[in-house]
Write a protein that binds this ligand. Structure first.
Ligand code: AMP
Length: 270
């Protein structure tokens, strides 16, 4: 049955968009989706338009066979595994107004990234029109951008944000973790460790000192190089000057571990 028929038959459709190389983080989204909807749809597509760096696109892990096996075992009902031509039969030149959410943090270091995310998400939503979409807090800025798109295009879709799933040592699970060698993998755990320490210190410190602490401590590790660490308002993603604001404060970070770029975030106050 097609998704539109299922909808006509009154079934609720939950959607989990992914780029594959699936791990427990993705599975947590699928499990949540299954528990809240009649039908769970997952997509696997390594979207070229959201990669600003061709090497990153070329090296992005692709494991379709084990992905399909995991999806089968997790009770996913429908898997959408399009090829590039299917998603982009003609060049897509749309430019999205993302209200500045795309200009900070990831947007500064990955120019055009969120415009590419907007291209693929609108295409997937136009096809699937899910009742709910399941997104990971791991990609905090992406969640804000997708909320903005849903609002701008009046998609009838509710956003469900699922907590970041971590390895035993705290490293946020990511498809890119499999690109790390054993030494790099060990050092990558510092990201979560130092952010957690900073969160504790924040009770008696200032935003500026916390930023300095995180950036300098991580940069002291020869395996790590911080691209940015920002403490931002969880709604508009603008940097905060103190921890006392009414909305939440989120610490967002991007770190290069060798050539591998990892991101993470955590709430410092909510
Ligand atoms: P990706 O395949 O990396 O594009 O991620 C697909 C979805 O899975 C996005 O909504 C991510 O935020 C989410 N995701 C990725 N890693 C994690 C994680 N460690 N915990 C929870 N969700 C995640």
């Amino acid at each position: 049955m097609t998704v539109s028929r299922l909808k006509k038959a009154g079934k609720s459709i939950g959607f989990v968009p992914t780029m594959g190389a699936l791990h427990q983080g993705h599975l947590s989204l699928l499990n949540c989706c299954r528990s809240q909807n009649n039908m769970t749809v997952a997509s696997i597509f390594v979207n070229p338009t959201q990669f600003n760096n061709p090497d990153d696109y070329a090296c992005y892990p692709r494991t379709p066979e084990s992905d399909l096996e995991m999806l089968r075992n997790s009770g996913c009902d429908i898997v959408f595994l399009p090829d590039e031509h299917e998603m982009y039969p003609a060049p897509d030149n749309r430019m999205f107004d993302l209200g500045g959410l795309d200009k900070v943090m990831e947007g500064l270091y990955r120019p055009g990234h969120f415009n590419g995310v907007a291209m693929i998400i609108t295409r997937l939503f136009d096809l699937i029109m899910p009742h709910r979409v399941y997104l990971g807090q791991k990609d905090f800025q992406q969640v804000a951008v997708i909320r903005k798109l849903i609002h701008a295009f009046t998609y009838p879709t509710e956003v469900v944000v699922c907590p970041t799933v971590r390895e035993a040592d705290g490293l946020a699970m990511s498809s890119r973790n499999r690109l790390l060698n054993a030494e790099q993998r060990k050092h990558a755990a510092e990201i979560y460790k130092v952010m957690s320490q900073a969160r504790t210190l924040a009770a008696t410190s200032t935003v500026e000192r916390i930023r300095e602490f995180v950036i300098s401590t991580l940069n002291n590790d020869p395996y790590l190089s911080v691209e940015y660490f920002e403490l931002v308002d969880d709604v508009n993603l603008m940097p905060v000057s103190d921890f006392g604001i009414k909305t939440g404060v989120v610490g967002c970070i991007a770190v290069k571990v060798g050539k591998v770029r990892l991101i993470d975030n955590m709430f410092f106050s909510s």
